[in-house]
Ligand binder design. Sequence first.
Ligand code: GAR
Length: 194
Amino acid sequence: MNIAILGSGHGSNAEAILAAHAAGQLGRARVTGVFCDIPGARISELGPRYGVPSFQPDAGPFKTKFPPSVEADWAKAIQETGADFLVLAGFMRVIKQPLLDAFPGRVINLHPSLLPAFPGLDAIGQAWRHGVKVSGCTVHYVNATVDGGAIIDQAAVRREDGDTLESFAQKIHAAEHILLPSVIVRLSAVAFPS
Ligand code: GAR
């Protein structure tokens, strides 16, 4: 399974994947490239650090979506790296037809809540303000509904009495860094059964 990682920001989840990859702990998955849509984002520094090509194709004039022709260009650029699977790790742009059609059933996303609770932006803040005692993170397949595709796996995180929003968020991010690489390892075993 040849994966491309797509992200927009800090890239801590991309880094968890790249570190596992560099350590030979990403199962049968190989990372072909890291794609970033925000100039200057930290994630774009990570590929070279881990020996993986980094790409920053023009993403068009909008912040949260692609114009269709630009999205088709992204699909082509990603395919040219040899990728056959997409991992959205903090990619804050909705992806639709051209990309989903280029990787049918082969796009997964990480979300920082126990979906279907708290979809959309600021999921950790939403859960915190709601006062939930347990939240967590989800890896799911991507379809045309935002945060709505089939759930692959989840990890739960308890909100303890002494938690602040920051400490709660930190625990959720730590859980993400374990969950996402572990899902990739499992999917790579299915893609290449021995
Ligand atoms: C992660 O918490 C991820 O779950 C979230 O963005 C963060 C990216 O962090 N994604 C979403 O909210 C998508 N709806 P990172 O850039 O440090 O990996």
